[in-house]
Structure formats: C-alpha cells, structure tokens
Design a protein around this ligand. Structure first.
Ligand code: V3L
Length: 85
C-alpha cells in the first residue's frame, strides 16, 4: 500500500505476501473497519477475518492460516506462492 504496509498469510516457515490486488482489497476493508473481507484465491472463496487475523476457505474451516499486516520490507517467502530468490 501507499504507506508501506502489506498483507501476509502464513506459510510453513515464513510469510507469503498477498498478491497486490488482494492486499489492496484487504487493506481497504481494514481501513473501513470491516470485520472480514472476502477474497478469491485460485477459484476458491476465502474469508479474511480481520479480528482473529486468519484466513479460512469458505465452508472448509480446517484450511485456516494466520494473516498479518506488516511493512512491505520484512523478510518473506515470496508473493502469492511465487518464491523470491
Ligand atoms: N494466496 C495465494 N495462495 C494461497 C492463499 C493466498 N492467500 N491461501 C492459500 N493459498 P489452504 P509453504 C501456499 C494456496 O490454506 O511451503 C503458498 O502460497 C496455498 O499456497 O489449505 O507451506 C505456497 O504456494 C496452498 O497451495 O486452503 O510456505 C504453498 O502454500 C493452497 O492454496 C506452500 O507454501 C491451499 O491452502
């Protein structure tokens, strides 16, 4: 985002940055004070719970990952599954 923050979801041993568009959508919901935000990932609907700070696939609550808002400059695994190397 413009103020240098991004949204991340948890991987096995680090954090993945959301793709830019999704990160912007989550940020918009966050700034509005929404409790949750619906996103689409590879054809699946996920709910980002902005109070619990988790994302969950709709109707599949076992598919749950922590999420966080942090500086764009933190170490990360990559963006939306594409590794940085
Ligand atoms: N953006 C992109 N892909 C996602 C997202 C998202 N917000 N959420 C889930 N997936 P689940 P390591 C992740 C993918 O939670 O080695 C990473 O992006 C998810 O991809 O059970 O464990 C990597 O590509 C997974 O492939 O619904 O850190 C991959 O895991 C699939 O959706 C491995 O990362 C099911 O996730």
């Amino acid at each position: 985002t413009e103020d240098g923050y991004q949204w991340y979801y948890e991987g096995r041993n680090g954090w993945w940055q959301y793709d830019d568009r999704t990160s912007q959508d989550i940020e918009e919901a966050f700034k509005k004070g929404d409790k949750s935000c619906t996103i689409l990932v590879a054809g699946y609907v996920y709910i980002v719970d902005l109070e619990q700070l988790v994302q969950q696939r709709q109707n599949e609550p076992t598919r749950c990952r922590r999420v966080k808002r942090d500086l764009a400059t933190i170490p990360k695994k990559g963006v939306a599954g594409l590794r940085i190397e």
